[in-house]
Ligand binder design. Structure first.
Ligand SMILES: [Zn+2]
Length: 389
């Protein structure tokens, strides 16, 4: 049964590749800068039209500032839900598609957002359509979430992603496959902190003993904070900027430093934060007072057992297709992190392979278009077949 389902899915996708490519061209040639609400909604309209033609139902979530969210659903008989995600916006302002429209150069597709991540949007629609047609009795529910403003950090989508991901069994984010074909199973999180220190000014020639040096305190704190960096765990500590003092013959009355940290696991950052907090709350120079502000700005996509299991399924699917696949832990983007921080197994970069994102020479590799559609469909199928009702 399995092999018959897979054969039908693969035949359907191959038969529809031209159509999918035409659709990709039409959305790449539609400007959808994150702040261009109308443009993003133009892409959304095309997506809804395609969903309708495939018989996939959806709801629209409107919002004031940005383009709409679209949530498409297909229902399967098995318990639970798999969430697929993709963003419709690009980093390219209105007018870019006129200057640099979609083109095909041999195996390379070009155009603004072709790889980041309009190809991913097309991939999930066709993969899900094929599953619905040929493997419906083995599926759990599948939900596809299209978001409007990932490229500016998902200010409104974060809550929607968390809402849709919280009861999902697995999440696939359809960002582009890495240039070497890898999918992404972990991403670092990032935090920005600020330390402010108050001391007491005094003439440093005549009355140095009356002063309390915030600069001295900062210097002592800095060396201690730096020691908290943990290379084994991949917790970085960078004291990016410092400021202190007023003039050279005055004991410094205030000082400040900003600290950036990158980390794979939120608990590692929590531990670092506690350490920094302790150092900030200790006065090494008597009489200084210090405060700490800031925190996590991007949640990590954590590597956990669930993600490792999910990756095994993707590996199995790839192996069944004789497709080489590798995983990568990388830095950057946030959306997959929002899902995985809900504790849901999450894999990112399931889309067609590409590179040079956000640059003029962004590309997608055409010969990965079909294989990635099939890989996604097979991974979903393997996963949902395993669900015991
Ligand atoms: Zn992207």
């Amino acid at each position: 049964m399995t092999s018959q389902e897979n054969t039908r899915i693969s035949e359907y996708l191959a038969k529809n590749e031209e159509e999918a490519l035409e659709f990709l061209k039409s959305i790449v040639n539609t400007d959808s800068f994150s702040y261009d609400k109308k443009g993003v909604n133009n892409v959304a309209a095309k997506i809804m039209e395609l969903l309708e033609s495939k018989g996939i139902s959806y709801v629209i979530r409107e919002n004031e500032e940005f383009g709409n969210h679209i949530i498409a659903t297909i229902k399967g008989p098995k318990d639970g839900k798999i969430l697929l995600m993709g963003h419709m916006d690009t980093v390219h302002p209105e007018g870019t598609t006129k200057e640099r429209p979609f083109t095909v150069e041999g195996n390379l597709l070009r155009g603004p957002g072709v790889s980041d991540m309009k190809a991913g949007l097309v991939t999930m629609i066709y993969a899900v359509t094929a599953l619905e047609k040929f493997a419906n009795e083995d599926l759990c529910d599948i939900e596809i979430l299209f978001t409007p403003e990932e490229e500016i950090g998902s200010p409104i989508s974060r809550a929607v992603i968390e809402e849709r991901a919280k009861d999902a069994l697995a999440v696939f984010n359809l960002e582009a496959g890495r240039p070497d074909g890898s999918v992404v199973t972990a991403r670092k999180g990032s935090a920005h902190l600020k330390i402010e220190i108050e001391g007491k000014a005094s003439h440093s020639g005549a009355f140095i003993e009356n002063g309390i040096s915030a600069n001295d305190e900062l210097a002592l704190k800095m060396t201690k904070i730096k020691e908290l960096m943990n290379n084994d765990k991949g917790v970085t500590v960078n004291i990016g900027t410092i400021k202190g003092g007023v003039s050279n013959n005055m004991v410094s009355p205030h000082a400040m430093a900003t600290v950036h940290s990158g980390f794979w696991k939120t608990e590692d950052f929590d531990e670092l934060y506690k350490g920094i907090e302790k150092i900030v709350n200790t006065s090494y120079v008597k009489g200084t007072k210090s405060s700490l502000s800031g925190g996590v700005s991007i949640l990590p996509m954590e590597y956990n057992d669930g993600t490792a299991q999910l990756y095994k399924i993707v590996q199995q699917a790839a192996q069944d297709m004789s497709l080489p696949i590798t995983e990568q832990h990388t830095k950057g983007a946030a959306d997959a992190g929002f899902a995985s921080s809900m504790g849901v197994p999450t894999i990112c970069a399931m889309g067609p392979v590409g590179g040079n994102w956000h640059a003029l020479d962004e590309y997608m590799e055409l010969d990965t278009f079909l294989p990635r559609m099939e890989l996604l469909a097979r991974s979903i199928l393997l996963f949902s077949k395993d669900i015991k009702n």
